[in-house]
Design a protein around this ligand. Sequence first.
Ligand code: AOF
Ligand code: ZN
Length: 372
Amino acid sequence: MIETFSLGEHRWMARALQLARRGFLTTRPNPRVGCLLIHSGAIVAEGWHERAGGPHAEIMALEKAGAMSRGATAILNLEPCGHHGRTPPCDQALIDAGVRSVVVAMEDPNPQVAGRGLQRLRDAGIGVRQGLMEAQAEALNAGFITRMRLGRPRVVVKLASSLDGRTAMASGESRWITGAAARADVHRLRGASCAILTGIGTVLADDPRLTPRDVPGLEDMPPPLRVVLDSRLRMSPQAAMLEQPGTTLVITASENAAARQALEQAGAEVAKVAATDGRLDPSAVMRLLGEREINDLLVESGAELAGALLQSQLVDELILYQAPHFLGGEALPLVDLPGLERISDRLRLKLTDSRMVGDDLRLQLQPVTGEA
Ligand code: AOF
Ligand code: ZN
């Protein structure tokens, strides 16, 4: 059934989404959720989910509303949970508080919930309507939804190049392709991600730290998981990222116990996945990261890994910063797409956003799947 919603309900849902967004950097691996309680046409309480393990949005709102919860309407961007996770079920709390009706933007894609929360509310005689501002609600929790539906993170590949699509000189010299504003934007992207993935080639060439720096709102948060794909365990125990706070996960196919032990002693976690012809299976890597509750994965890699992920159809979004300069035909290309010989094989993308960041261009793209 297609529901209709009033102007007031639209405004309240917009407010619930705004509240949910307060948890943008802090709720992982949980979704971002906001909740309003409305009584006699007015907002009586607001709540949002701040941290996994902490109270859900509904509980915060119910506690603030107290006796005013009785007969109220709850407005939420996500279906109330009906399961015991780190915290007790919210559907029961809404029922116990005497809430009369509930409006949600979308079902919770978590298989432990998946419509059961809404059903239990209906069974308790509560009026339930769903679908208000669903597109906005899905965009806010795109990573969580991807993990719940596909068992893997939402994969965003970040690339930076010259106007002629080059990333480094043939010598490998590559510092400062883009300007300071684009680099600050990358730090914000890192901060909003659950994990940042790179390849061993990039680690050996650049020794990156892969931490978000100077991002307001991240002060109390552990940094995103750093993930290095290193099929042969060539990573040095002295790598700079191993000195950073938080966890580094090295994913390998190697049986080299000494190299593994050296990395573990330097603080890294090492995990094994299957490899074909010496290359780690990208789907197995993504499954592993899904199991580790990674909703949003940012890939900051070289041409080879970016190309391999694109060819495996494991990229949900690509963000390309283009600097207004030419590096020339000898310089290194943005992505490797081995085997691509015919124009009909070209890898097509849809441009979903373009804007300037400082002096650079920032393009947001999504791979196009299926036939032209
Ligand atoms: C809600 N309201 O504010 C959130 C929900 O381990 P827990 O108890 O925190 O439960 C986490 C799951 O609960 C999460 O995977 C998602 O399905 C749902 N999140 N549900 O009713 C909230 N954050
Ligand atoms: Zn809940």
